[in-house]
Ligand binder design. Structure first.
Ligand SMILES: Nc1nc2c(ncn2[C@@H]2O[C@H](COP(=O)(O)OP(=O)(O)OP(=O)(O)O)[C@@H](O)[C@H]2O)c(=O)[nH]1
Ligand SMILES: [Mg+2]
Length: 263
């Protein structure tokens, strides 16, 4: 036992010294140095450098207060601003995406996450990091926790036109899919990573959020909403074009209805 540890330490300190039968490979060395995180925080970010500069330090503060080991992963997609370098400077892991859109960003993030609990949150400060505390306290309550704007106690600071479209979208999906949820389009969520392994996601725009819910529900996963206060984006431009994505939302709704009622 002691000689094993001794060999491991020596191998880490001096890769050129060969002790014993074999050296540790790269990932074994990393595992020995960096303990497994408790929480993965995934942030899809398309041209969000200004927001990331503020968001990432706030996340670090909350993580320290909570005393959890967390990996922060920024999925920079096709960003043409400084998102990538800002994320690097502020000690986040940077992940590229091979599939398009917000859905593609989530897929890349899910594949990169290593902790048992996985949070997804926007980069634009609409999702205040302090809410990570609520998620963490309730982490055993469900397979998926949704930070919900539309349950009692929740709130949404947004333009009235946006509010109406969001309400129509949420009510239509909930009604047609028979889901007793109020905020199906919230991207601020905490997953038990085990449920992510069972999903076979097709949607690549924001409609991936609804697809995830249907697939988890079909697999008898537990979903719970937690009230939260959604804030307006801090700076930069929105990527949500509800009318432009209308076609994707309609197709996904049809596909989900077929999936739900064929079981
Ligand atoms: N990597 C990546 N991130 C994306 C993509 N589309 C959107 N995002 C990010 O996903 C998050 C949510 O997108 P937003 O544009 O904020 O959408 P929204 O919250 O519905 O709209 P507003 O807050 O009103 O701007 C933000 O952090 C975006 O930068 C994409 O194609 N790739
Ligand atoms: Mg936003």
């Amino acid at each position: 036992m002691f000689s094993d540890t001794f060999r491991r330490v020596l191998s880490l300190c001096s890769p050129s010294v060969s002790v014993g039968p074999r050296r540790l490979n790269h990932s074994e060395k990393l595992n020995a140095i960096v303990p497994m995180p408790d929480l993965s925080i995934l942030i899809p970010a398309l041209n969000e450098a200004e927001n990331l500069r503020l968001l990432l330090p706030l996340i670090r503060e909350v993580i320290e207060e909570l005393g959890v080991r967390a990996e922060v992963i920024v999925i920079v997609g096709g960003s043409t601003d400084d998102s990538k370098s800002v994320a690097h400077q502020l000690d986040a892991r940077v992940v590229e995406q091979s599939e398009r859109g917000y859905g593609g960003a989530l897929l890349a993030g899910f594949a990169a996450a290593t902790a048992p609990y996985v949070v997804t949150m926007d980069a634009d400060l609409s999702h205040p990091p302090v809410f990570l505390k609520d998620f963490w306290l309730k982490r055993s309550d469900a397979d998926l926790l949704i930070a919900s704007r539309y349950v009692a106690g929740g709130q949404a600071d947004m333009a009235i036109s946006r509010r109406i479209l969001s309400t129509i979208l949420n009510r239509t999906y909930a009604l047609l899919l028979g889901m007793k949820l109020r905020d199906l389009s919230s991207g601020f969520r905490m997953y038990d990573r085990k449920v992510l392994a069972t999903l076979d996601l097709r949607a690549r725009d924001f409609d991936v959020l609804e697809e995830i819910l249907v697939r988890i529900q079909i697999n008898h996963g537990r979903i719970k909403e937690v009230p939260f206060h959604y804030k307006v984006r801090h700076s930069g431009r929105s990527h949500a074009k509800l009318l432009r994505f209308g076609w994707a939302y309609s197709r996904t709704l049809l596909r989900m209805c077929r999936l739900r009622y064929s079981k």
